[in-house]
Design a protein around this ligand. Structure first.
Ligand SMILES: Cc1cc2nc3c(=O)[nH]c(=O)nc-3n(C[C@H](O)[C@H](O)[C@H](O)COP(=O)(O)OP(=O)(O)OC[C@H]3O[C@@H](n4cnc5c(N)ncnc54)[C@H](O)[C@@H]3O)c2cc1C
Length: 828
């Protein structure tokens, strides 16, 4: 009995000490006292074991002792097994900053630190730009004409974009740009996602490319020359990194620049002779200035002693001799400008190098640093905007499309994808906005940029599929009336560019995060590089304390013992507490995976991807909570909050389970399962009731629908018709129409109207004649039904419309050539 009591006291006491990361002294005291009690009160075995435990804690936990006996031995092993970090990886690891992602890695996230990033919204100027210029630009896009007829934006739209400064959103005002905040850039791109070609065309110059590189690294002369010209569209930039041999592995680029001398206008000039082949370069066919990445060599040592100077970036004017530019690729779905660029013996002076000679060899660092901001904004905003438009169209269509005498939005099979779409749009909007807010506070979120890029574009893929499904044949049939099909087919572009999603999920998120965001790993590696045993001791034993702390936190919180304090109230509080619990489990699993797999973890991409999935889902859930905390809530939003957080936390737990099941060390996998989920999984998929409620709201004229579609192009005020505005108008009238449908259909079912009144229009006329509805109602229904029919209508084309070469047309209905009759054949 005494033995059992001592064991229970020791375990409980140690869990408390570990959970608080209180250090070795309290643990030592606890084990020492309990051990002595055991010996004195007649339980010698457990007493001795507890005292042995106390000695072990003293050796590992008391710095003076362990630095002498333990640390040098561990350091020697660590130096052998620690993964080698290449120069390229180190550059990526050191780029950007760590904020909320680091908190999640720590296992004890301090929510207040996230809430402290205040959100001041958009400035009046930014909001006015969104309301006016963005609406006008979106209203100038005839999607069919752009995608199928001219394969370009119309000239007047190009002129408008340049005139209004769309290409200079990131360029400060002193250089003639708009100097917008990250939040405003994101909102602009979301609004422009009404047309994907427009979004890409504006997004690319405002993302990773010459503008951002010049701002950050350009010489004053380069800034003074180019920035005003980029801001007003006199210069159109592109950036060439990718080539036939270097895609995801961009640092392996085989394009070269060789430092040499050339006589120009009778004067000898030192410059670079470039040979390169790039492909898939967005805006290249029309670019006036090309940002180019190449490997610089200095074989004659004209610049110094080193021959291989590393990846370098230069800005090359389009008309430079030897450059071949202007041909086009044909990206799937969206014909934005994209093409190859080749250069043979292109000579450029040294002052074309971005940042001048000081930045020679710094190209990869420059690109990776810029990526942490641009990758958080452009594609994630495009994905979010697309999500919101697709949701708006789908909600409208499914309400006005009636089958089996009811709107298809009333059918549960359709409600399921509608709710999923609403949730993905809600999560995306919160995540991109709150991450942009972090950027506006000076953060450069490197790991979140990989999370946002891959997760939000994957959401876009799911959501566009759902939108296609609920539209049925309406979206399958291409033509000017199809507002969805072109964007749907362009989705792989977002999946592939700026780090293809498979690689980003499997390699980047956890691979980069484990070292970059981990509170101790980077310090341990730095200590190894510096051969500094004292720095290693501090980092390693801090790390050990964290592991014990995370194990204790995950286990006790999993058992429901104690709740972390969180600065949320209402429905958000429980989710925030559970994110903290899962964060402790994540910290523990991350350490367990790194310790058990060492440098081979890099190759275990499936495990790395799942660890990245846990981090991603916790990050997205945190952003949803922050948005909820900051924003004005509307009726029905709480259901969407529950749905979205349950969806994300269910996915996080699923990723945990797959980690436990697939860790090669099976014993470790099983121990982790018990520690992290002692009572099993806590989160189910969102419940059907939530889905029904959300689907109802997003397919009707509701506050929730309005909130989800705020700041989209939703007025029918452009040169082209706006399907979102038309659906919104129909939904505004829907309740009245539904009442009339009900009266008329009931009368038809009872046989009060002629059996031949099969169309709604015919029933309305028959009901009017019978006096079941009045003139007003009939007139209203005629207009309403005409508009519904217009939204349901699809296009058809002349028989020869699709054949570019009309001479290849086959006349399938031509009279067949006269064949000999069977009887004739037999006779012969
Ligand atoms: C329309 C379009 C526009 C573009 N615009 C530009 C531009 O303006 N400038 C520019 O420089 N580039 C641009 N790109 C290039 C783009 O960034 C690359 O396509 C992208 O980086 C992926 O390279 P890749 O297509 O060669 O795929 P590959 O590298 O051939 O990869 C093929 C598959 O293998 C996966 N993979 C590769 N390595 C790993 C790994 N280690 N672990 C797991 N999976 C891996 C990838 O995820 C992908 O699924 C553009 C591309 C397209 C299609």
């Amino acid at each position: 009995m005494l033995t059992l009591l001592l064991i229970v006291l020791a375990v409980a006491g140690l869990l408390v000490v570990m959970r608080r990361e209180a250090g070795a002294k309290p643990a030592l005291a606890l084990l020492g006292v309990l051990g002595l009690v055991g010996l004195v009160l007649g339980a010698p075995v457990i007493g001795t074991l507890l005292l042995i435990g106390a000695v072990a804690v003293a050796v590992a936990g008391l710095p003076a002792l362990r630095r002498k006996w333990l640390t040098p031995r561990i350091f020697a092993i660590f130096k052998k097994v620690a993964p080698k970090v290449s120069a390229t990886e180190r550059t990526a690891l050191e780029a950007g900053s760590v904020s909320w992602d680091g908190e999640l890695f720590s296992g004890k996230p301090q929510w207040q630190s996230l809430l402290d990033f205040k959100d001041d919204g958009l400035s009046d100027e930014e909001q006015a730009f969104l309301d006016n210029q963005c609406a006008k630009a979106a209203g100038m896009c005839n999607a069919w004409d752009i995608a199928r007829e001219r394969a370009d934006l119309p000239q007047e739209l190009w002129d408008y974009l340049k005139k209004e400064g769309f290409f200079g959103m990131i360029i400060p005002k002193e250089y003639g740009g708009l100097g917008f905040s990250a939040k405003a850039q994101s909102m602009v791109l979301q609004k422009l996602s009404a047309n994907e070609t427009l979004m890409v065309t504006v997004g690319v110059p405002n993302s990773l490319g010459p503008g951002e590189l010049l701002l950050k690294y350009g010489t004053q002369a380069q800034k003074d020359h180019y920035l005003p010209r980029l801001a007003d569209g006199r210069e159109i930039p592109c950036f060439g990194l990718t080539g036939p041999r270097a895609g995801s592995d961009a640092t392996s680029l085989p394009d070269t620049g060789v430092v040499c001398k050339q006589v120009i206008n009778g004067e000898e000039v030192v410059g670079v002779r470039l040979n390169f082949e790039k492909r898939w370069i967005t805006l290249a066919p029309i670019a006036t200035v090309v940002g180019l990445a190449f490997r610089l060599f200095d074989p004659e040592n004209l610049l110094g002693e080193e021959e291989d100077r590393g990846i370098t970036l230069a800005l090359i004017p389009r008309d430079t001799q030897g450059m071949e530019i202007g041909r086009r690729h044909h990206p799937i779905g969206s014909p934005f400008m994209n093409g190859p660029i080749k250069g043979k013996d292109v000579f450029v002076p040294l002052d074309t190098i971005i940042g001048g000679p000081d930045m020679i060899g710094q190209g990869w660092r420059m690109l990776v640093e810029c990526l942490s901001i641009g990758r958080c904004i452009t594609l994630p905003s495009g994905a979010t905007g697309t999500a919101r438009y697709a949701l708006g169209w789908s909600g409208g269509f499914t309400r006005v499309r009636r089958q089996f005498n009811v709107p298809v939005a009333e059918m549960e099979g359709v409600q399921e994808p509608l709710a999923r779409m609403a949730s993905l749009a809600y999560i995306s909007a919160a995540t991109v906005y709150q991450t942009a807010n972090l950027i506006d506070h000076g953060e450069k979120p490197a790991v979140p940029s990989a999370i946002l890029k891959s997760q939000l574009t994957e959401f876009q893929r799911v959501l566009l599929s759902d939108a296609m499904d609920v539209h049925g044949g309406k979206a399958v049939t291409l033509g000017p009336r199809n507002y969805l099909g072109i964007g749907y087919s362009a989705n792989p572009v977002a999946i592939t560019v700026e780090g293809a999603n498979i690689m980003t999920r499997n390699l980047m998120i956890f691979g980069q995060g484990a070292i970059r965001c981990h509170p101790y790993v980077l310090e341990e590696l730095a200590a190894k590089d510096a051969n500094d045993v004292n720095a290693f001791d501090k980092a390693f034993f801090g790390h050990a304390g964290l592991i014990f702390g995370n194990a204790a936190r995950a286990f006790t919180l999993g058992l429901g013992l104690g709740k972390p304090s969180v600065p949320f109230s209402g429905p958000a509080a429980g989710y925030a507490q559970d994110i903290a619990r899962l964060s402790a489990g994540f910290g523990l699993c991350a350490d367990a995976a790194m310790a058990s797999l060492g440098s081979t973890l890099k190759k275990r991409e499936m495990l790395s991807a799942r660890l990245g999935d846990v981090l991603s889902n916790l990050y997205l859930a945190s952003m949803v909570l922050k948005q909820w905390h900051n924003g004005n809530k509307v009726e029905g939003e709480e259901a969407l909050l529950h749905y979205s957080l349950q969806f994300l936390l269910h996915r996080a737990e699923q990723a945990f389970v797959e980690i436990f099941d697939n860790l090669p060390n099976r014993a470790l996998g099983n121990v982790l399962k018990v520690v992290v989920m002692p009572t099993g999984r806590r989160w189910r998929k969102p419940q059907d009731d939530l889905a029904r409620d959300i689907a109802q709201r997003v397919s009707t004229h509701s506050a929730l629908r309005s909130k989800l579609l705020s700041n989209t192009w939703d007025k029918d005020d452009g040169a082209v018709s706006n399907p979102l505005a038309r659906y919104n108008a129909l939904l505004g009238d829907y309740d009245r129409a539904e009442n009339i449908y009900r009266t008329v259909n009931k009368a038809y079912a009872k046989g009060e109207l002629p059996q031949t009144a099969l169309h709604p229009e015919a029933r309305v006329e028959a009901a009017l004649e019978k006096g079941l509805i009045n003139d007003d109602e009939a007139a209203f229904m005629r207009t309403f039904e005409a508009e519904v029919l217009e939204m349901l209508t699809v296009d058809d084309f002349a028989y020869d419309a699709f054949a570019n070469d009309k001479s290849t047309l086959i006349d399938h209905n031509a009279a067949p050539a006269k064949a000999s009759s069977p009887t004739e054949t037999i006779v012969k």
